[in-house]
Design a protein around this ligand. Sequence first.
Ligand SMILES: Nc1ncnc2c1ncn2[C@@H]1O[C@H](COP(=O)(O)OP(=O)(O)O)[C@@H](O)[C@H]1O
Ligand SMILES: [Mg+2]
Length: 244
Amino acid sequence: MLEVRDLSKSFGGLKAVSEVSLTVGQGEFVGVIGPNGAGKTTLMNLITGYMRPTSGDVLFEGRSIVGLPPYRISHRGVGRTFQVVRPFAEMSVEDNVMTGALFSGARTNSLKVARKAAELPMELTGLTAKRHVAAGALTLGEKKKLELARALATNPRLLLLDEVMGGVTRGEVGELMEVLRRIHSAGVTIIMIEHLVEVIMELSQRVMVLNFGQKLFEGTPDAVVEHPAVIESYLGKPLEADAA
Ligand SMILES: Nc1ncnc2c1ncn2[C@@H]1O[C@H](COP(=O)(O)OP(=O)(O)O)[C@@H](O)[C@H]1O
Ligand SMILES: [Mg+2]
């Protein structure tokens, strides 16, 4: 489904992403971990068109998507969430979810079609009962659910998640994990960046570890936690309370 080939991104002298390759099959749930500054968000920005790679290629369903603007990559079926959520605070939950359908995936300018497209995402994320609540009044965990629902309204076959759990309460982490299981069960392929290692280990079938822009290791969750270099570079150190 997704093939990342020798992808690199330099900012001046800094190689934020360095020759990273990754293949993701349809229906997989892949986790990406690594310390702050490892290049996780940059990798996601490269895949979704928010940044152009210095070199390398990204193929989605067999076709290169490098150089396409984000909205066209979204039309192709690649959705994403942002590490820092910025819902339209004055707008209702439902209207926020509808923006996903209006501006990205469904390619519609019909409010009726967009309203319908918002139904399933709200249901999957457990937000249906809050549909008329202003987004600004939601808890952080609910805002993260809203971010997921908005991304789902673009109707993605592949969904990239950037630190969905960042800053939310313990209880909300459990709820969000349930939501992610539901989304995955509904047939959406998922690549999840997450600093909560235990969440990645529980949800992912395969984990990629990034360090200083490079792929340090890739394998099953069990293999990752036993890998000496991973333990030394990441797991052995105290985890950051919240990633920037
Ligand atoms: N737009 C940018 N301009 C310059 N440097 C950047 C930019 N975005 C990220 N970086 C740098 O690239 C490195 C990787 O950042 P990032 O991808 O955000 O890491 P992560 O998401 O793993 O914490 C960091 O050193 C960061 O400072
Ligand atoms: Mg990041």
